[in-house]
Design a protein around this ligand. Sequence first.
Ligand SMILES: [Mg+2]
Length: 272
Amino acid sequence: MLSETLRMKKGFILDLDGCVYLGNQPIEGVGDTINVLRGEGKKILFLTNNSTKTPRDYAEKLRRMGVDVVEEEVLTSSLATAVYLRRLGYGDCFVVGEEGLVRALEENGFRVIGVREAKNARYVVCGLDTSLTYEKMAAACYAIQNGAKFIATNTDPRLPVEDGYVPGAGSIIEAIATATGSRPTVIGKPSKRIMNIALSRMGLKKSEVVMVGDTLKIDMAAAKGMGMTGVLVLSGSTKTEDIEKSRIKPDAVIPSVAEIGKMFGRNRRSLA
Ligand SMILES: [Mg+2]
């Protein structure tokens, strides 16, 4: 039974977009689910591949939606990238990305350099950049030609928006990869790199944690790659018929995160 499996877990990793909210709209019942999980003593980590904003921005957004959260419970692909690079060693970074990525690198002691200095970079760090220019892409190419290590926050090809989708980080990264003939080291989901950073932040083992998210190729692939329990929610980009077609099979499928709150609530009532 899913409720028994979840009861045994000590931690919940929750994807954000499509799982906790859709754009600026919270998923119904998400605030209650978080409160119920906290009441059960579960550790919570919100995990997003979106590199454009800081954990503080996301924590504020979640609080505005009635979700009780502190900044330390949010892990973005930007922050994970900074943590990963710290282990590789300090060096100047040329960034194709936005504020969230620049801030994460600078707060972790990296110097972020501009296009003129780019060819001396130790790392080229790429994420979603909605102010992308040809000049920035050219600078990234020069740096990689000169030996900079090519790092990608995430490779999501598309970014879902209200009326469809727009190019995601993966589409930008693919352009640079095509030009340079060099493949990036990827940090975000489904990479084990971000999942291991998530687990170490929670202080838990993979067997003690469940991954909840709305995508098969990103969230459920991340869970399966780690050997973790993966719960798919249908409140985001995946439809029931997609699951049959996919070779990635989640351990459980639920309509939305509200179901998790109800599961624990029901159990508590039946024990009373
Ligand atoms: Mg999602």
